[in-house]
Design a protein around this ligand. Structure first.
Ligand SMILES: [Fe+2]
Ligand SMILES: [Fe+2]
Length: 404
């Protein structure tokens, strides 16, 4: 049985099913493991991990009196919270269909990648970052996001070891602007938060690639170096002309948490600007939905649910709710099961409800056979989503399904 327990109740002999919190801020590179050495037990305390899922069928159980949340309770809680957010969603103005925007978004991403490589190389060699070029790039990303955010955001999820940093910069820029629109920021500020997203990790230039791409647990010394990237980026940008306060702030503070347990300044509550809070949510979402050399990615809907689970202490409530509204409760790319027993892939959000996206139906779980792929607008159909499904459980490669 899976139980979520407080880290103070963790003991040797338990089987850790999953550590609650984002990958970037915990030292464990294996998702599940038996807790057999003191070093790992100490790391749980040292890295400020608050809660842990244990599997009581594979290791020791927790003491009777310790507070526990079961898997079922957690799922119900998150589903209720997500549905609450979905029902507050306001209708957005019409956008172009995702298929049409994908053609333009592909070009934006290809051009942006080239520009960012040049910009980052310039910075590495001590040359000033060309902020005019960066500004044009943010403008292109902004326009694509405004026409249909699903297109660009689905392209930038496909990362590999070589393009990770560039794609992550484009993704966080796009996510910041989509979130900014949902929060009702004015158009100049939206452009500024897009720039902040593009530049937030520029300090990673100074982190040796053997640490950035290390497969396995970082040593304490390596973790200290890794955690220096916000400050290093801020130092680089503060000496660059035309860099705004928002960009400097997000660069320095995107790893802060609302409970003050983040880095580098351990800011909390009102000390953290809205932009830093936005940066924290967008950065973690993109990191956990992307495959790294050392971690497999989570699906978008799964990622939002995980973030909702860790939200307390880590993210700002209002910002997180707005983020879910911007991305969708069933984000594009999510595998879902419909009331009729069919499996479908979410291909586009609709205007009427976050719970009724456009999906591509392709499999019947009643007869266990593939069916002729068909697009279905759930806002116009009597069928509806009963929940998200794990593609691994069905042995599916979703990139193949989206090409059907
Ligand atoms: Fe970062
Ligand atoms: Fe980042």
């Amino acid at each position: 049985m899976l139980k979520k327990i407080k880290s103070r109740d963790v003991q040797l002999g338990m089987y850790v099913h999953e550590v609650c919190g984002s990958w970037m801020d915990n030292p464990f590179w294996k998702k599940s493991f038996k807790l057999i050495n003191d070093k790992d037990l100490r790391a749980i305390k040292d890295y400020n991990i608050k809660e842990i899922w244990i599997d009581t069928d594979r290791g020791l159980d927790v003491a009777n009196e310790a507070p526990v949340v079961t898997d079922e309770e957690e799922k119900n809680h998150i589903n209720t919270a997500m549905h609450e957010i979905a029902t507050q969603h306001k209708i957005h103005k019409p956008r172009v269909p995702v298929k049409e925007e994908l053609v333009r978004a592909r070009k934006v991403v290809t051009d942006a990648k080239k520009d960012i490589i040049v910009m980052f190389n310039d910075a590495r060699m001590g040359k000033a970052v060309n902020m005019d070029q960066a500004s044009n790039l943010v403008d292109d990303i902004n326009q694509s996001i405004s026409r249909n955010s699903d297109a660009l955001l689905s392209l930038v999820r496909l990362k590999n070891a070589n393009n990770y940093t560039y794609m992550h910069s484009i993704a966080v820029s796009g996510l910041m602007m989509a979130l900014g629109k949902e929060l009702g920021l004015d158009s100049d500020t939206i452009q500024e938060v897009g720039m902040a997203g593009l530049m937030h990790d520029i300090g990673k230039l100074y982190i040796p690639s053997k640490i950035l791409n290390k497969v396995g647990r970082l040593t304490d010394a390596e973790f200290v170096i890794m955690k220096s990237h916000p400050f290093q980026g801020w130092e680089l940008l503060k000496n660059t002309s035309d860099v705004t306060e928002i960009t400097l702030d997000v660069c320095l503070h995107h790893h802060e948490r609302v409970d003050g347990e983040g880095y580098p300044d351990r800011l909390s509550g009102n000390e953290l600007s809205l932009y830093a809070r936005m940066g924290a949510v967008c950065d973690v979402y993109d990191a956990i939905t992307s495959t790294r050399c050392y971690k497999a990615s989570w699906e978008p809907a799964e990622s939002l649910r995980k973030m909702a689970e860790w939200k307390e202490g880590q993210f700002d409530d209002t910002v997180f709710s707005a983020f879910v509204k911007a991305i969708g409760v069933y984000p594009t790319g999510t595998l879902v099961k419909l009331k009729t027993g069919r499996l479908a892939l979410v291909v586009e959000q609709t205007k009427s409800s976050l719970l009724k996206p456009i999906v591509k139906v392709f499999f019947s779980t009643n007869s266990m056979v593939h069916i002729m792929p068909e697009l279905l607008d759930l806002s116009l159909s009597p069928d509806s989503i009963i929940g998200k499904e794990d593609p691994l459980h069905w042995g599916l490669d979703l990139t193949k399904i989206s090409d059907l």
